[in-house]
Design a protein around this ligand. Structure first.
Ligand code: NAD
Ligand code: MG
Length: 391
C-alpha cells in the first residue's frame, strides 16, 4: 500500500485535543498505531476529557491551559508516568520539545497563535486547523515556515481540498480558487427573520458537527471570510482570485481553476477525518474506513452566488484582506468577542457584523505589524468591542 516509509512513529503534539478537531485527530492516530503516537495532549479547560484521553493514549506530556484545573489533572494522573503542566507558557514550551516530530494546531481562536509561532521557530512541521492564526498573522506565519523550511499544512477541509488539487501541479499558475461554502443554516432565511435567530438555531449546522465558535462563524459566513484569507496565505493567491461558491451539499470541498481553464476539484462526504489524516500523512494517502461517496444516490449538486448583503461578514473579510496590516487581526478580535456574546445571549445575530465593521473602522492602523503589534491590536479591539456591545 501507499504507506509512508518511516522506521519510527511520528510523535504528535496535539494542541486542543479535547475539541472537535482534537478528538477526531486522536481517532486518526488510534487507527494508525504503527505510524503516529500521541506524544503531547493539551486542552483549555476540559480537565475531565483530558484525563480520560491521557489514561487511554498514555502520552508523554499533558498540558491544561486553565491553571485552576492543574491540581486536579495532576492528582488524577499521579499513578501514571505522564508529565503534567499548566498554563499558557507551558503550551508554548511543549511544542518546542526535541521529542515532538509534528505539531497539530487544533485550538480555537487567537489563543492558538503564540504556540503556532513557537512550533515553527523550533522547526516543527505544523498542521493547522486553527485558521484564526493565519487570518491574524498569515504573513508572519508563512514567512517563518519558509525561513525554517517547515511544512505548513492545512486541516480545514476546503484548504486540504485545494492542496489535493494542486498535487502534481506545483509549477502551474492558479487562475482562480473556487472556495465552496455550505451557506450555513440561514442561507434561505429572510433579513427580518435573521435578526431574531437564537444561538440554538445557529448552532444547528446542516452538514458539519463542529465546535461552538466555528459553528456560529459558519452561520454568519465569517468562517468563509476567514477561509478566503487562510487560502490567500497558504496558496499565495490574491483575494480577488478567490471566489466563494455556495454549494449547500458540501460534497465538493473546493476546486482550483488553472490558466488553461481546467478545473480540478476534490469531492467526498463531509468528514473531517480525511483532511486531518491527509495532513498527518502528507504527501501519502492512508486507508480510511467508512462510508463512500455515492454519486447516484446524490443525483444533483447545487451552486449559488453568496449573498454578501445578507451575510456582511464575508464582505468585511474581503475588505480586511484588501486593507491588510492589522485589520484582519482587528476583524478577528471583534468577531471573537461578538461570537461569544451572541452564544451567551448578550448580542443579536445581525449585531455581529455591525460590531466587526465598527471595530475595523476604529482600529489604529499598523501597516506592517510585528507579533507584538498584533497582540496589542487584539487587546485594543477586544476592549473596544466589549464596550460597544455593553458587555
Ligand atoms: P472546539 O471548541 O471543539 O475545540 C477547541 C480546543 O481548543 C479544545 O480542546 C479547547 O480545550 C482548546 N482551547 C480553547 N481555548 C483555549 C485556550 N485559551 N488555551 C488552550 N486551549 C484552548 O473547536 P474545534 O471545532 O475543534 O475547532 C478548532 C479549530 O479548528 C478552530 O480554529 C476552527 O475554526 C478550526 N476548524 C474546525 C473544524 C471542525 O470541523 N470542527 C473544521 C475546520 C476548521
Ligand atoms: Mg472549512
Amino acid at each position: 500500500m501507499n504507506q509512508p516509509h518511516t522506521d519510527k512513529r511520528r510523535r504528535i503534539c496535539l494542541l486542543g485535543s479535547t475539541g472537535s478537531i482534537g478528538t477526531q485527530t486522536l481517532d486518526v492516530i488510534e487507527h494508525n498505531p504503527t505510524l503516529f503516537e500521541a506524544h503531547t495532549l493539551t486542552a483549555g479547560s476540559n480537565d475531565l476529557l483530558l484525563i480520560e484521553q491521557a489514561r487511554h493514549f498514555m502520552p508523554d506530556t499533558v498540558v491544561i491551559a486553565d491553571e485552576s484545573k492543574l491540581q486536579h489533572v495532576r492528582e488524577a494522573l499521579s499513578d501514571l508516568p505522564i508529565k503534567v503542566y499548566g498554563g499558557e507558557q507551558a503550551l508554548c514550551e511543549v511544542v518546542e520539545s526535541d521529542a515532538v516530530d509534528m505539531v497539530i494546531g487544533a485550538m480555537v481562536g487567537f489563543a492558538g497563535l503564540r504556540p503556532a509561532v513557537n512550533a515553527l521557530r523550533a522547526g516543527k512541521p505544523l498542521a493547522l486547523a486553527n485558521k484564526e492564526t493565519l487570518v491574524v498573522a498569515g504573513s508572519i506565519i508563512t514567512a517563518l515556515a519558509a525561513e525554517r523550511r517547515c511544512s505548513l499544512l492545512p486541516i480545514d477541509s476546503e484548504h486540504s481540498a485545494i492542496l489535493q488539487c494542486l498535487c502534481g501541479a506545483a509549477d502551474n499558475r492558479i487562475e482562480k480558487i473556487l472556495l465552496t461554502a455550505s451557506g450555513g443554516p440561514f442561507r434561505t432565511m429572510d433579513d427580518e427573520a435573521l435578526k431574531r435567530v437564537t444561538p440554538e438555531q445557529a448552532l444547528r449546522h446542516p452538514n458539519w458537527s463542529m465546535g461552538a465558535k466555528i459553528t456560529i462563524d459558519s452561520a454568519t459566513m465569517m468562517n468563509k471570510g476567514f477561509e478566503m484569507i487562510e487560502a490567500r496565505w497558504l496558496f499565495g493567491t490574491m483575494p480577488r482570485d478567490i471566489e466563494v461558491v455556495v454549494h449547500p451539499e458540501s460534497i465538493i470541498h473546493s476546486a482550483v481553476q488553472f490558466e488553461d481553464g481546467a478545473v480540478i476539484a476534490q469531492l467526498g462526504l463531509p468528514d473531517m477525518r480525511l483532511p486531518i489524516q491527509y495532513a498527518l500523512s502528507f504527501p501519502h494517502r492512508l486507508p480510511m474506513p467508512g462510508k463512500r461517496l455515492d454519486l447516484f444516490q446524490l443525483g444533483t449538486l447545487h451552486f449559488e452566488l453568496p449573498d454578501m448583503k445578507k451575510f456582511p461578514c464575508l464582505a468585511l473579510a474581503y475588505e480586511a484582506a484588501e486593507r491588510g496590516g492589522n485589520v484582519p487581526c482587528a476583524m478577528n478580535a471583534a468577531n471573537e468577542v461578538a461570537n461569544l456574546a451572541f452564544r451567551q445571549g448578550n448580542c443579536g445575530f445581525t449585531q455581529i457584523p455591525d460590531a466587526i465593521s465598527q471595530a475595523m473602522r476604529n482600529v489604529s492602523f499598523v501597516e506592517r505589524p510585528t507579533l507584538d503589534d498584533l497582540f496589542a491590536t487584539d487587546a485594543e479591539v477586544r476592549a473596544y468591542t466589549q464596550e460597544l456591545l455593553n458587555l
